[in-house]
Design a protein around this ligand. Structure first.
Ligand code: MN
Ligand code: MN
Length: 493
């Protein structure tokens, strides 16, 4: 049984009171009344309020559009115009912002920090929500193009934790940027438009897979076999050796003005080409690539936008490189976040460490929802369930709580009060059974700043697969939870 907002369950049956002598209560035994008073009763969001799906549907239509942005760069490019429309201006370091003002900071086109200045002085601390906008995928190697057996391919080095065999024989699209030696940058996106060609990694036919099928899953498809098929038609010239490769380069050159050498200064990746879609006959779910962590990114973006005049200053951060360990200038280990806070608060004569000490942060990231097909890796009292609302994780990590943030009782209590006051249905969840595996989030990169942090996110089925599944009601409820956190006037001790 996962934690559930008891208040909301009781709220639905507001006549329940142990001392109540109403007709409804008369039929209940003393034990039943005591059970209601003392024990948690987790429930499906649809049982609490069946009409919730309608609101969730409405909320998730633009979410599906957001999911069409499949790389961190695309998410940033897509989000900035939305922010501008909502009155966010570009951040000016040194400016003393006043309550109600909104601004954003774009770090290298891969991070966004969005701020709405609160009524209380910044010295009282910030309410921060961090999610990540990178997702597992197939990155290109620096010298990717080759020809073999009269076919042309791109060589890849996968990005993040994937089951490699899941990435064969599905339509892929290519996304990237090339930095040319004339200083210009070209953006490339092929395979998302229905008129575009698509690409794939091939797999072996079952008829000849006798040896392959004896291999363990990580070896069924090896890293060096994740080559993307991009053409098989030769350039017409007897004197040329790699005719197919040359023909591909000719097409790229005509369309984008690039040469093979330009791949050396490029960032390219292949991601699933399919569009985000409703899943299930009841359309209660979404099947899409990149919901880890775009579900949380979208929910926090909407909460930031909708929290117009917060008591405390709200800060929403889109991080990058989470899937590979948060290193690099756009990962959460970089000082970009701390430097930004310093630039912001020094205008008021404040020290960044004093402000962060008083602040609190939600590390908004997905968790694994229990899947009945794989129930043996989950512990049912402490895992998350689809449709029970956002999952709050006190800690992540693995095998003896290694590499975990582990939020304190006080921080959990602070968040619990906010969520219960706002009548948010939520649950607690660990990633899986203690000795099975584990995973991490950016919570530990955030708490390194002496900044209280707790994980909260959407439960997901098939996490890190090319097609991940979420419940629309959970995504909507996460938005409401982050909004409640941003809007709360509760003072953290
Ligand atoms: Mn994640
Ligand atoms: Mn992930």
């Amino acid at each position: 049984m996962c934690f559930h907002n008891r208040q909301l369950v009781l709220g639905k049956q507001s006549s329940i009171n142990l001392n109540n002598t109403g007709s409804m209560d008369k039929d209940k035994s003393t034990g039943q009344k005591l059970e209601e008073k003392l024990l948690m009763k987790p429930e499906n969001l649809g049982n609490i309020d069946n009409s919730l799906l309608d609101k969730a549907q409405e909320f998730c239509e633009p979410y599906k559009e957001f999911l069409e942005n499949k790389t961190e760069r695309e998410v940033v490019d897509y989000t900035i115009p939305i922010l501008k429309k909502k009155g966010f201006k570009e951040f000016q370091p040194g400016k003393k912002y006043v309550a109600g003002e909104r601004f954003y900071m774009n770090n290298r086109g891969k991070n966004l920090i969005m701020v709405t200045v609160g009524i209380k002085p910044v010295s009282e601390g910030l309410r921060i929500g961090v999610s990540h906008i990178d997702s597992p995928r197939l990155d290109f190697k620096p010298n990717p193009l080759f020809e073999d057996t009269d076919m042309a391919y791109f060589k890849t080095h996968y990005y993040g934790g994937i089951k490699k065999y899941q990435w064969t024989t599905i339509p892929l699209s290519l996304h990237g940027v090339v930095s040319l030696n004339n200083g210009k940058t070209v953006k490339i996106r092929i395979g998302e438009d229905p008129e575009d060609p698509s690409f794939c990694v091939t797999d072996l036919l079952p008829h000849l897979a006798q040896n392959q099928m004896k291999k363990s899953a990580p070896e069924i498809i090896e890293g060096e076999q994740l080559n993307i098929l991009i053409g098989c038609w030769p350039y017409e010239d007897e004197k040329v050796n790699a005719k197919v490769k040359l023909n591909i380069m000719r097409i790229l050159n005509e369309k984008y003005g690039i040469k093979e050498e330009d791949f050396l200064s490029a960032e390219f990746c292949a991601v699933p080409a399919f569009k985000p879609r409703d899943l299930g006959l009841d359309r209660s779910m979404i099947g899409a690539y990149g919901q880890d962590d775009s579900s949380c990114a979208y929910a926090s973006l909407m909460a930031e936008i909708d929290c117009i005049n917060p008591e405390f200053t709200t800060v929403t951060v889109f991080a990058d490189k989470e899937e590979t360990g948060s290193d690099g200038v756009t990962g959460m280990r970089s000082y970009f976040f701390r430097d930004f806070v310093e630039d912001f608060v020094s205008a008021y004569g404040l020290e960044v460490r004093h402000v962060l000490r008083k602040s609190i942060c939600l590390s908004c990231d997905v968790n694994a929802a229990i899947d009945p097909a794989w129930a043996d890796v989950f512990e049912k009292n402490n895992c998350s369930f689809l449709n029970r609302g956002p999952v709050v994780s006190k800690y992540t990590g693995s095998r003896g709580k290694y590499s975990t943030n582990d939020a304190s009782a006080e921080v959990m209590g602070f968040l619990r009060n906010i969520l219960d006051e706002a009548k948010i249905t939520w649950q607690v969840g660990e990633l899986g059974k203690v000795d099975i595996g584990g995973g991490g989030t950016i919570a530990s990169e955030i708490s390194v700043h002496n900044l209280d942090t707790v994980d909260m996110g959407v439960p997901v089925l098939s996490m890190h697969a090319p097609l991940e599944v979420t419940s629309k009601a959970d995504v909507y409820m996460l938005y409401k939870a982050i909004l409640a956190f941003y809007a709360s006037k509760n003072v953290k001790q």
